[in-house]
Design a protein around this ligand. Sequence first.
Ligand SMILES: *Cc1c(COP(=O)(O)O)cnc(C)c1O
Length: 363
Amino acid sequence: MNLNIYNLVRKNIQQLIPYQSARRIGGKGSIWLNANESTESNSFLLKESYFNRYPEVQPQSLILRYANYINLSPGNILVTRGADEGIELLMRAFCEPGQDSIIYCSPTYDMYKINANILGIECRNIKMLNNWQLDVEKICDQSFGVKLIYICSPNNPTGNIIRSVDIEQIIQVFSDTGIVVIDEAYIEFCEKYSVLHWIKKYSNLVILRTLSKAFALAALRCGFVIANEVIIDVLSKIIAPYPIPKPVSDIAYEALSQDSIKAMKKRVQDLIYNRTWVIKELNKNTYVEKIFTTESNYILVRFINAEKIFNWLSKHGVIVRNQNKKMFLKQCIRITVGTFIECSTLINILNLFNKYHERRNTC
Ligand SMILES: *Cc1c(COP(=O)(O)O)cnc(C)c1O
């Protein structure tokens, strides 16, 4: 009995630092503004009570509804366990471990790097420019051996849209050698910036979507890969045999009814109103150094003293996402926009911080 299981684990898994999800980090409080979830939702009821049969490999009625929603054909769509599964499927299908590379641009969503690390695929991290736009020149310089380029727009955690001229240039430069993946997890908050209309034009473009954010269904675990039929067929070969549980596809189907889409759009409008208000109030706060432009349901803020602010908010039951230890995000905190009451509570607690510290400084 002296088998050390750990020695059997693949080297890259031994060294792996798992994704620090909001749920994993946790926290204590009643106001959760740390995971970019929707704080409001419609309710759903399951129509069926028996689950003894395997589900469809790909739920056709759901695909039809989503195709209708995005105005493309069902053959352009794969349903996945969240957008996260799409990120991974692409690497498994296209990247030879130890040989091919992916590109991503920091600061951005961590799962591109983590999936690549798990699979043993080399990463090239091309730092964003100071305005959080792509360093197109460097990306093109580093194109050798790159099969996938992950671009998140609007970008998490910075919040900004990536310029579509840059995206198009990269798609064109990689047209014979690589696939450009645009992660549009937050695109419903700024629909006009979607690059969906290029799916028919560029065969090396893939778009990732999810029901976790604007559709308010993070617990459902339902996402979509959108691409030309060839890519969808390839991904269908490697996806799990029955990836989408029946309750999931049934609820997702309901979430894409005309009424539910209307409700989603209303939530988006309310959220944008709250976001504008929070930004206006944050601007008055002397501990705020910079509020980054956002088109999404969260705001990246650089404070003078992020750790203190984070702890103060925690102590008062408001959980936000501390980015201070992340590359290029010193003193930054990402705040999900919640209901108006949550937003005003957040602002009150931040203002209380100012009052408390000003009083101490004058004593
Ligand atoms: C939340 C998020 C995802 C994951 O979405 P799921 O559908 O919940 O897996 C993917 N990409 C980005 C940028 C996200 O913020």
